[in-house]
Design a protein around this ligand. Structure first.
Ligand SMILES: Cc1cc2nc3c(=O)[nH]c(=O)nc-3n(C[C@H](O)[C@H](O)[C@H](O)COP(=O)(O)OP(=O)(O)OC[C@H]3O[C@@H](n4cnc5c(N)ncnc54)[C@H](O)[C@@H]3O)c2cc1C
Length: 208
């Protein structure tokens, strides 16, 4: 039986990986997209650009409603935040886009492979071997070309672990309650927010 050799294998399904995969598919190349996480989309879709922008939109709406009366909108003076609903909406936006990516892979005939991908060594006769580890299961695939699109992750200061006070982009996006100050602030309010955050941090430091 002839060996199954991909024209391109891409490790990592973030924006770099999935756009490369779509392009390769459009060129009719036999393409594999390898992802260690259970979903496609990488940092940007799951713990970066998309969820933060979904939350920023909530903040923007909230902020606009402060001046509702000035815009002739009445009856919203006693607005109340339902944080659970905010997080739910964010998750919905992310999941919708993740499903869209799966559809795009199928449409462009890209094979998605779940597992942690690792090059086993130099190419042999122009063919690379990639080890794929998914839990206890290990397999190997072969490809003429490999794109490493493994992105990056927040690095911890040695000795620290992420928890409810030490937050990376992952923890901060699933906080159980509204954070007292954030790093991304609404356009036009950045300086004000930054000043408020600094004041708040100083106040907190003085209290501790
Ligand atoms: C909070 C936050 C907000 C952001 N907002 C914006 C924004 O508004 N606009 C903007 O342009 N950018 C934004 N970014 C940056 C953006 O998210 C990154 O630039 C982008 O995700 C990089 O894409 P990538 O494909 O290179 O890597 P990633 O998105 O990091 O994807 C890499 C993928 O590879 C997978 N992977 C890694 N190693 C392996 C392996 N060995 N085997 C299998 N899979 C592997 C990972 O699981 C991941 O899915 C933001 C980032 C953060 C953290």
């Amino acid at each position: 039986m002839p060996e199954n050799i991909y024209d391109v294998a891409i490790i990592g399904s973030g924006p770099a990986g999935y756009t490369a995969a779509i392009r390769a598919g459009q060129y009719k190349l036999k393409t594999a997209l390898i992802e260690k996480d259970p979903y496609l989309g990488g940092t940007c879709l799951h713990v970066g650009c998309i969820p933060t922008k979904a939350l920023l939109f909530n903040a923007e709406l909230w902020d606009h409603l402060k001046d509702a009366a000035e815009f002739g909108i009445e009856g919203v003076a006693s607005r109340k935040l339902n944080w659970g609903a905010v997080l739910e909406r964010k998750a919905k936006v992310v999941n919708k886009h993740a499903k869209g990516l799966e559809f795009l892979m199928r449409k462009n005939k890209v094979e998605t492979l779940k597992g942690y991908g690792k090059l086993t060594g130099p190419a042999q006769n122009g063919i690379h071997t990639i080890e794929l580890k998914d839990g206890a299961k290990t397999s190997h695939i072969k490809a003429k070309n490999v794109i490493l699109a493994t992105g990056s992750e927040a690095r911890m200061i040695p000795g620290l672990e992420p928890n409810d006070r030490v937050l990376t982009n992952i923890e901060i996006l699933k906080l159980g309650k509204v954070p007292s100050c954030g790093c991304e602030s609404r356009e036009g309010r950045e300086n004000e927010n930054r000043r408020n955050c600094q004041l708040q941090r100083r106040r907190q430091a003085a209290e501790n």
